[in-house]
Ligand binder design. Structure first.
Ligand code: GDP
Ligand code: MG
Length: 158
């Protein structure tokens, strides 16, 4: 049988992470990618883009009724964004722990938002919030052919 890569609950669980324009402009790309790499997650997708308004609106569609929606779309389209797919055991939930709380004032030190930002409207990074959003966001931002295949020689877990 063909393994179902990316399926939640498997070792191949995948999440979508985006370094927002402030993260790129502040020189935090390597810091942010490094935290995911050092944790033990496997980088399987990576590209830099300038999101269109339509892409930002689709990505944040569930927030379209919020008063901050227009500002959020403007923020997300204001520069370059680094799109990432990380793979690994529990990566959706674990990735959210690395990212930290939505409001940087609530984000624990040691998390990316806790360590590097102060304002909810400039909070550096996006991470999928669950299995459904991870699946939808990966397929929205990446073609299947843009996800790479490679293996750890010594796996970081069984
Ligand atoms: P996330 O999953 O932690 O990124 O948070 P949400 O999915 O709830 O919101 C998406 C993004 O919208 C956040 O990361 C913020 O950039 C922005 N956002 C959320 N809540 C607020 C808010 O109350 N005010 C403003 N200005 N932006 C917000
Ligand atoms: Mg969210």
């Amino acid at each position: 049988t063909v393994p179902v890569y990316g399926a939640p609950g498997t070792k191949q669980e995948r999440t979508f992470i985006a370094i927002k324009p402030d993260g790129v402009q502040r020189g935090l790309v390597s810091e942010i990618i490094g935290r995911f790499e050092k944790k033990g997650y496997k980088l399987v997708g990576m590209k830099m883009i300038n999101p269109t308004k339509a892409q930002a609106e689709e990505h944040y569609a569930d927030l379209s009724s919020k008063p901050f929606f227009n500002g959020l779309v403007k923020y997300f389209t204001s520069g370059a964004v680094v799109c990432l797919v990380f793979e690994g055991k529990g990566v959706i939930k674990g990735g959210r722990v690395l990212v930290g709380a939505t409001n940087p004032s609530d984000a624990n030190p040691g998390s990316i938002r806790g360590d590097f930002c102060v304002d909810i409207s400039r909070n550096l990074i996006h991470g999928s919030d669950g299995p459904e959003s991870a699946k939808a966001e990966i397929s929205m931002w990446f073609k299947d052919s843009e996800i790479t295949q490679w293996n750890f020689i010594t796996p970081v877990y069984e």
